[in-house]
Design a protein around this ligand. Structure first.
Ligand SMILES: [Cu+2]
Length: 111
């Protein structure tokens, strides 16, 4: 009885880890964005990617976020290429398990 319960818990944990282990967004620190047109341009380029669910730029914090559609992935190098081709440089880039909404909420909480 106990053994069965342990197996169920183990499987459930494995399943949950697999489902949340998926990166929801690519978040980067981008240099060279100086105005709202820069931000809009980057958002437009990222939104044009087939894997994109959404894109978000915060000029003040120099943050660029590409949220991915479910079960979709984009290599960091591909993301970096889009940004550098647009004329900007990246100082930091990482995959995060957060949606754009979650990132915005986090930013509001830490002004
Ligand atoms: Cu600009």
């Amino acid at each position: 009885m106990m053994k069965k319960l342990m197996i169920v818990i183990f499987l459930l944990t494995a399943f949950l880890q697999a489902s949340v282990g998926f990166a929801a967004s690519i978040k980067a620190e981008v240099n060279g964005m100086v105005c709202a047109f820069c931000a809009k341009g980057i958002e437009k380029k990222l939104n044009a990617m087939p894997e994109a669910k959404g894109a978000f730029v915060n000029l003040k914090r120099r943050i660029v976020v590409l949220e991915l559609k479910e079960q979709q992935d984009v290599p960091l190098t591909t993301f970096e290429q889009v940004i550098t081709d647009a004329g900007y440089t990246i100082s930091k880039v990482q995959k995060v398990e957060q949606s754009i909404e979650a990132i915005k909420t986090e930013m509001k909480a830490n002004p």
